[in-house]
Write a protein that binds this ligand. Structure first.
Ligand SMILES: [Zn+2]
Length: 334
């Protein structure tokens, strides 16, 4: 992601959010902020352009496309899903405050989102293992073998850059979800990345998805606006890092797509156990569909898996460097 406004301006963003008028809840499913006012305050100057159900905001360095009645947004060409739909009512576009702060706000002003997170240790979680093979592809490949292979490749690349890395498993053994979280915390993880591969009944679907948890009370991507289970409404430990999760996912997805040339299926929302219970910023990556014969053949190629690992490592390194950069003490005149 390119920087829109320098990271240290996060305090200004917080003031902006407090000053923006809030639309009444009766009009939409949430108390919305004016999208035009918000984007202007975030540095997207000039009138937005509207076509069909879309509205496009441009700044000197970024382009963001919203769709009326949809959670889907394109941010500098990358797809991500908001916590709530953007709504258009009698000519006014509205966005949920939680997305203004912890999604768009985090991407435009990462300084606020990253101000209390660490950059020392990365924990990689190879999905499945042992008697849990994960999904089985069209060529009978087992997900558990590919996840461990990618985790080891990413570990090697990060260690070559002097990053401390731990794996929640480094062999073909079963590790429970609870144990994975416990190990991530005990190992002092500042970043937790869970690695998986996907499968679906539709064999034509392919591409990469990066998951983060929704904000408290907000639905997962696969649901409509009203969560069906009250258990999903409550806050999870991982919600402490909503803004940092969005920044981490953005760099991961960007790195993966750049190195794999795979289809962008977006940064999505789900409450998977290992990311909702993480004690640090966390994301779960579905690195491709083993149910798609063409993508499964690519994944079976070690060279392609190395490209995936390179993209993942680049995403993590970019995230860590942003955290460290924002922590640097201000330069003083001597
Ligand atoms: Zn899996």
């Amino acid at each position: 992601m390119r920087r829109i406004i320098r990271g240290r301006c996060w305090l200004g963003m917080y003031v902006i959010l407090c000053l923006l008028p809030v639309a009444p809840a009766s009009a939409v499913s949430f108390r919305g902020l004016s999208l035009n006012d918000l984007m202007a305050a975030y540095g997207f100057i000039g009138p937005p352009s509207e076509y069909g159900r879309n509205i496009v905001f441009r700044s000197r360095t970024a382009t963001v496309v919203f769709e009326a009645g949809s959670r889907r947004v394109t941010f500098n060409g990358l797809t991500l899903y908001l916590n709530r739909s953007v709504e258009k009512t009698t000519g006014a576009w509205l966005i949920a405050p939680v997305d203004a702060a912890d999604t768009l706000g985090a991407l435009c002003f990462p300084g606020r989102a990253l101000k209390s997170v660490g950059s020392g240790t990365v924990v990689l979680d190879a999905g499945h293992g042992g008697n849990d093979p994960g999904t089985q592809g069209v060529a009978q490949h087992q997900e558990k073998a590919f996840t461990l292979d990618i985790a080891k490749r990413v570990r090697a690349k990060l260690r070559a850059c002097q990053v401390t890395v731990w794996l929640t498993r480094d062999r073909d053994t079963f590790v429970s979800l609870e144990e994975r979280c416990w190990r991530g915390s005990k190992l002092g993880g500042d970043v937790f990345v869970s690695i998986h591969f996907n499968a679906t009944r539709n064999p034509s679907i392919s591409g990469i998805e990066t998951f983060i948890i929704p904000a408290a009370g907000c639905p997962i991507t696969a649901e409509d606006e009203r969560p069906r289970s009250s258990a999903r409404v409550t806050s999870c430990p991982g919600n402490r890092f909503d803004g940092a999760n969005a920044v981490l996912a953005h760099y991961l997805q960007k790195g993966l797509l750049a190195h794999s040339r795979s289809e962008d299926r977006g940064i999505r929302r789900a409450r998977f156990y290992v990311i909702r219970n993480a004690r640090c910023p966390a994301a779960l990556i579905e690195c491709g569909f083993l149910s798609n014969s063409r993508e499964a053949a690519r994944i079976a190629d070690p060279d392609y898996r190395d490209q995936l690992a390179e993209g993942m490592a680049r995403g993590i390194l970019t995230y860590l460097s942003r955290v460290r950069e924002l922590r640097l003490p201000p330069v003083r005149d001597s």
